[in-house]
Each structure stands twice: as C-alpha cells, then as structure tokens.
Design a protein around this ligand. Structure first.
Ligand code: MG
Length: 246
C-alpha cells in the first residue's frame, strides 16, 4: 500500500469507536440452523426432507420476508401464515387452521436450539471486542435471535443486542439504525462500523444511516455500481487484521 493510502487508512481506522455486527451469515450459520429446524418440522409431519421441499420453503419464506422488509406485510401475519403457505406450496393439506402458527412456533423453538457458529467467529468476536464495544445488530425475531446468541457462547463478547423486532423496523431502514445508535449511546453515526454480509441490508442501510461499513464478502463478488462500502473483507480474520487489532 502506498504511504498516502496507509496514512488515510490509519486515520479512517482511528475514527471508529464501536462496531455493530450482523449475526446470520457473518458470525452465526443461519442456513444450517434453518435446515435442521426445517428437517424437524417436516419429520413432525411425517415428510422426508427432499430437495424440492427444502427449496419450496426458501422460496415461500424469501417472498414473505421481502414483503415484510418492504413494509407491506405485518410480522404477525408472516409468522401465522408462513407454514400454511408452505404446506400449500408443497401440496400438503392443512388439517386445522391453527396448525400454521403451531408449526411456526415449533420451528422457532428448533431454530433457537441450533446456535451454529461460523468457523473462526469466536476469535473474530474476541479480537474485535478487545478494542471496541460490540453490538449485535440483526434482523429477526427478538427471542429467537437472543437465544441463539446466548447458546452460541458468543454473547460474552457483546455489549448489547439489537433485534429488528425490538427496533420496530428491520435493516436497511433508518429506524433500525437510529434505534441501534440510541441503544449504544452513540451520537455520531460516523464513529460506528457496521459489519455484515448483506449488501442491501447491512451495507446500503448502514451507509444511508451515516455509519461506516465493512462488507463480509467470502464469495469475492464485485461491489455493484452505486453501492458505497468502506472496507471489503473475504475471511473473518481479515477484518481485525486490517483494523490493526492483535
Ligand atoms: Mg447476515
């Protein structure tokens, strides 16, 4: 790195006072936790976890979350109807109307039981927490996310937890970040580094709220035009390395 860039980078790093960390896909392995919970839901219905059935769930769920994040679907409705829509999509008759909420509750219980952490996440959090107050900043259901963090063993590294359900809005909405800054007692958003794996929610949302951003990009994808991201890292140890944290 050229000297001018190194100096600029040092100044940039020195301005960071705290870190907001995304959970799923950054330190927690949501995909695997979700897969295991879904396998158990299907088993409870006497169904094999075929690839088609697993894929159908993701399609239904993604559609519902997209509508929730766009503000056109209520969280309660999402939770109450998610499994009804899913059973319908895979051609399984629903025995009773309240089976949807019941299946969803069971699914969330099982999801919370699988706090699988991504490789290297413990050391990653430990290193960052040795220099910065760390706050978890995650979308999702408050009780589920808090239980997962608790059971992951990573909660000791965090000063606080902010879940979209408590914030009243999910990332990338400004309300989420305002709530998180408030919870962390931060007055100047530019002193916070938002770290996460999702360009749309973590990076675009964080930047729009005035935070600095670091994109966890293990796939090495190019940064799309029009997205402002301050730092891109491909493996977890890269970030503390580049922040100069031992
Ligand atoms: Mg994520």
């Amino acid at each position: 790195m050229a000297m001018a860039n190194a100096k600029a980078a040092d100044g940039w790093v020195a301005g960071i006072r705290s870190i907001f960390l995304d959970a799923d896909g950054t330190i927690l392995d949501f995909d695997e936790a979700e897969r295991r919970a879904l396998v158990r839901v299907l088993a409870s219905l006497g169904l094999e976890p075929t690839e088609g059935r697993m894929a159908a769930y993701h399609a239904v769920n993604r559609d519902l979350w997209r509508r929730f994040e766009a503000g056109t679907l209520d969280k309660g409705v999402l939770q109450a109807t998610r499994f009804l829509r899913y059973l319908d999509a895979i051609g399984v008759p629903v025995p009773e109307a309240d089976e949807g909420p019941r299946l969803n509750a069971r699914y969330l219980e099982w999801l919370a039981e699988s706090p699988l952490i991504l490789p290297g996440a413990d050391l990653f959090c430990r290193r960052l927490a040795s220099r910065y107050p760390l706050y978890l900043a995650t979308n999702g259901i408050s009780r589920t996310q808090r239980l997962r963090l608790e059971r992951s063993g990573l909660s000791v590294h965090f000063r606080g937890v902010v879940v979209s359900e408590d914030a009243g809005a999910p990332k990338p909405h400004g309300d989420f970040f305002r709530h998180a800054l408030d919870r962390a007692g931060v007055e100047e958003p530019g002193t916070v580094l938002m770290v996460g794996d999702m360009l749309e929610t973590d990076i675009r949302g964080g930047a729009a709220a005035g935070l600095r951003t670091a994109w966890f990009n293990p796939g090495g994808h190019p940064v799309p035009d029009g997205v402002r991201v301050d730092l891109v890292f491909r493996s977890l140890p890269d970030l503390p390395d580049r922040l100069g944290v031992p």
